[in-house]
Design a protein around this ligand. Structure first.
Ligand code: SIN
Length: 305
């Protein structure tokens, strides 16, 4: 029987498949399609201290092998989340990761302090949303700011801290090193790549925000390269994200160096994606004769010369 369990830092997961932030809400709709107790975990939609309506529509556009979004962190606000969504999520029976996005460092710290008193399994510091003007990617594209924020968060919570990083930088490995130096327990990569979609007839961008973040299979080779580079740069676990559609994709990310993965855009195409991917991993492990899924992690051998 294939053993799919993995540990991200000290937290054991039943399997390496986590639903990515922003593609699964708080699990309410998705529980109608699959037994969420079977997936490794769910990462909440990105939360801000105050409620946000998000960016004006249109805020999604389909592209070749992917999609652009400029949602702009629409969410009910942190206080409402704690009262109305978190109790529901905790009862789902899988690991719960909460993605937080501050306008400034103090907002991140305020949310970390308040999450410390809850039973969430980890906090994902969103240092990478490309669709807002404050916080997030502004912090996440500066290694000094990443290190400082993670170190400050470390002081206010004992919860595992995962830093979700942006690919819109010259060296994501430098950003991961900064997160590790600040005391992050894991890095999550990659968030979306900045892009633009154009309506030829209107001669305008399709997204009302002009630019958005590209996700889906189109970005998988970039994400794999960044995971492989980061694996050689840090010793904390990597949670790989970017265009994962199948069990085979998950194992490629693990070979590149990921301990676990987040599945995003696939959930929007097929609401049973996470569950199906877990079944596919099990079937592939049997074909490969691999008994523990962790045996794939970091086994990539680069060609020399
Ligand atoms: C958004 O809400 O704009 C996307 C969130 C993210 O990329 O972190």
């Amino acid at each position: 029987m294939a053993d799919l369990t993995v540990c991200v830092g000290n937290i054991p997961f039943a399997n390496p498949v986590i639903a990515a932030s922003g593609t699964f809400g708080f699990g309410r709709e998705m529980r109608n399609f699959q037994n969420l107790g079977r997936i490794g975990g769910i990462c909440s939609k990105g939360l801000t201290l105050l409620p946000r309506d998000g960016n004006p529509a249109p805020r999604v556009a389909e592209t070749a092998s992917g999609m652009l979004n400029s949602v702009g962190l629409q969410n009910p606000g942190f206080t409402s989340f704690l009262a109305n969504e978190l109790p529901f999520m905790i009862d789902l029976g899988c690991r719960i990761i909460v993605n937080i996005a501050g306008n400034d460092p103090e907002e991140y710290l305020e949310m970390c302090r308040r999450l410390d008193a809850t039973s969430v399994d980890a906090i994902e510091l969103n240092l990478s949303c490309p669709n807002v003007k404050e916080g997030c990617m502004l912090i996440g594209s500066n290694p000094e700011m990443i290190e400082k924020l993670v170190a400050a968060a470390r002081q206010v919570t004992k919860k595992p801290l995962w830093a979700k990083l942006t690919p819109n930088v010259t060296s994501i490995a430098d950003m991961a090193r900064a997160a590790e130096s600040g005391g992050a327990d894991a890095v999550v990569l990659i968030n979306t790549l900045l892009g633009i979609a154009i309506d030829r007839k209107l001669r305008r961008p399709i997204l009302r925000n002009n630019i958005g973040g590209l996700s889906g299979p189109a970005i998988k080779p970039i994400a794999l390269r960044m995971v492989a580079e980061t694996y050689r740069a840090v010793s904390i676990p990597i949670v790989g994200v970017g265009g994962i559609m199948s069990g085979n994709d998950v194992l490629e990310f693990m070979i590149a160096g990921a301990t676990a993965v987040e599945v995003g855009t696939a959930n929007l195409i097929k609401p049973t994606a996470c569950q199906d991917i877990i079944d596919e991993i099990r079937a592939i492990m049997e074909l490969d004769g691999v008994s523990e899924v962790g045996q794939y992690t970091g086994t990539l051998e680069l060609w020399n010369g």
